[in-house]
Design a protein around this ligand. Structure first.
Ligand SMILES: [Zn+2]
Length: 241
């Protein structure tokens, strides 16, 4: 395949980001940029497939780059320590060929959805919890977007993989599907569907998503024109990606 102009930006180097990076390396992608602020933990190794016990306690980004470059010597892996935040997200997304949202909380997902839309970069949102994985690909400033589906950052107690648990192989499925959809977007294909995977029933479905006319990001009269920090609640937990 033709190499995309900019790097593929992966936000989150954990259970979804690592298998996505591995799949993209095998697909021949030449440039990745990976964002994370965490260290490798023993309890996460079941889903973070490029790390082993020798990596526990080390910087996740450095360990991931080591694992990738060992397999793909020609792969350029830029590292961005930290989290995507309202004052950095636009700059992070700008120039990327595609953004892969492999984060673990709604605040980060909405932030990246808005940032990618505002700078005109396609984005893949990939999630996994328990036995369920979902992957939504959005074209550059395209419709439907993440806010067409979920509208806004939810309040209250949220179910995430830190509290609900997640099956390691389901993270792998989510990461592989995210990589596949990222390659689709690099080739200009945006199906306007969400992929859902049910690991208990081994069922993969592709479900159409309808654009919302009143979507605040991609609708007829958008109201989101900048990244106002007040719009993004803090993460519900500090679970690792
Ligand atoms: Zn929308």
């Amino acid at each position: 395949m033709a190499a995309p102009d900019g790097p593929i930006l992966i936000v989150g180097a954990g259970g979804i980001g690592a298998p996505a990076a591995l799949a993209l390396g095998h697909a021949g992608v030449r440039r990745l940029c990976i964002v994370d602020d965490d260290r490798v933990e023993l309890g996460n190794l079941h889903r973070q497939i490029l790390f082993d016990e020798g990596d526990v306690g080390t910087d996740k980004l450095a360990s991931l780059r080591r694992a990738l470059v060992r397999r793909f010597p020609a792969l350029e892996v830029a590292l961005r320590p930290g989290r995507a935040l309202p004052d950095t997200a636009l700059e992070l997304c700008e120039g990327a060929a595609v953004v892969i949202d492999a984060t673990d909380n709604f605040a980060s997902r909405f932030l990246l959805a808005d940032a990618a839309h505002l700078v005109g970069v396609p984005i893949v949102h990939a999630a996994a919890v328990r036995w369920q994985a979902t992957v939504l690909a959005v074209a550059a400033a395209g419709r439907p977007c993440y806010r067409c589906l979920f509208e806004d950052v939810p309040g209250g107690v949220l179910v995430d993989c830190a509290t609900a648990g997640v099956a390691g192989p389901v993270c792998g499925v989510s990461g592989a599907l995210a990589a596949e959809r990222a390659l689709d977007l690099c080739l200009g294909r945006a199906p306007g569907t969400i992929l859902t995977y049910d690991g208990e029933r081994d069922r993969l479905r592709e479900v159409p998503v309808a654009p919302r006319r009143d979507c605040p990001l991609c609708g007829a009269q958008p109201t989101i024109g900048s990244l106002d920090a007040a719009r993004y609640m803090p993460p519900a937990c500090e679970a690792s990606y």
